[in-house]
Design a protein around this ligand. Structure first.
Ligand SMILES: Nc1ncnc2c1ncn2[C@@H]1O[C@H](COP(=O)(O)OP(=O)(O)OP(=O)(O)O)[C@@H](O)[C@H]1O
Length: 246
């Protein structure tokens, strides 16, 4: 099977506004990658192009060797602001089952296989005891795990997460990254983050997106790269490195 992501000479603009210019990105199997960059740099746009939700003006995008509309069945996606309306009366299991809609043959009636798959995924993310609890009764970190289980239950080969920890506190963020690291033994993982220093503890490479797109092994990320990407915001980013264990 072809590699998860191969993008060549991609250009994308919303109307006259160029957002991504001449992007080239290749991501191999079971890589753990973070997409980083300043606000408005084009991170979400790049993810939406990978999912086939946006059509680039030029260039080619291949997802496991297919065009995005065909390849996206292998992608589990956790959108930014995915938080479900917690007042809506659904259990954790109900939410995960939604991820089976593309798999189940009898629409609206989940099979025993669907239920077993959903329960197994809740167990995989450490929530087997919470399956019948209302979503609203779960913490923010637990709700994100439910959404990860929902993305995984469609049996993807690539997990794409858009800033999954932005509303979580530090300890819960670490637990979530530990879970992603565990899942990375079987899956390619691409996670959008604002915090280069933090994600560098976990990922192998970063895709720096600020209209231009550059991919770097974490070991090569230095002040020059950070400065090119964030410009005047460089101090805010350097300050974040205080989170680091070292
Ligand atoms: N639907 C749209 N129509 C027009 N412009 C848009 C649209 N969506 C995004 N943009 C603009 O495109 C640029 C890139 O946006 P995008 O959301 O991809 O950036 P981002 O790096 O994900 O930002 P953030 O970190 O704030 O989420 C921004 O200038 C944004 O204002």
């Amino acid at each position: 099977m072809s590699i998860p992501i191969h993008i060549e000479n991609l250009n994308f603009s919303y109307g006259p506004v160029a957002v991504l210019e001449n992007a080239n990105v290749s991501i191999g199997e079971r890589e753990f990658i973070s997409v980083v960059g300043p606000n408005g740099g084009g991170k979400t746009t790049l993810l939406k192009i990978m999912l086939g939700l946006l059509e680039p003006q030029s260039g080619s995008v291949s997802i496991f060797g297919k065009t995005p509309d065909l390849g996206r069945k292998w992608i589990g996606y956790l959108p930014q602001y995915a938080n479900l309306d917690a007042k809506f009366p659904v259990t954790a299991l109900d939410v995960v089952l939604m991820g089976r809609l593309g798999k189940t043959r009898s629409f609206g009636f989940y099979s025993k296989t669907d239920r077993e798959a959903a329960r197994a995924m809740l167990a995989r993310v450490g929530l087997n005891k919470q399956e019948n609890r209302p979503l609203s009764a779960l913490s923010g970190g637990q709700q994100q795990r439910v959404l990860i289980a929902r993305a995984l239950v469609s049996e993807p080969k690539l997990l794409l997460l858009d800033e999954p920890t932005s509303s979580l506190d530090d300890y819960v963020e670490q637990e979530l990254y530990d879970l992603l690291q565990e899942l990375n033994k079987e899956l390619t993982i691409i996670v959008v983050s604002h915090d280069v220093a933090y994600v560098s503890r976990y990922v192998e490479k970063v895709v720096c997106v600020n209209r231009e797109v550059h991919i770097h092994p974490v070991s090569e990320v230095d002040e020059n790269i950070i400065h090119d990407m964030y410009g005047e915001h460089v101090h805010a980013v350097r300050h974040d490195q205080e989170h680091d264990n070292g």
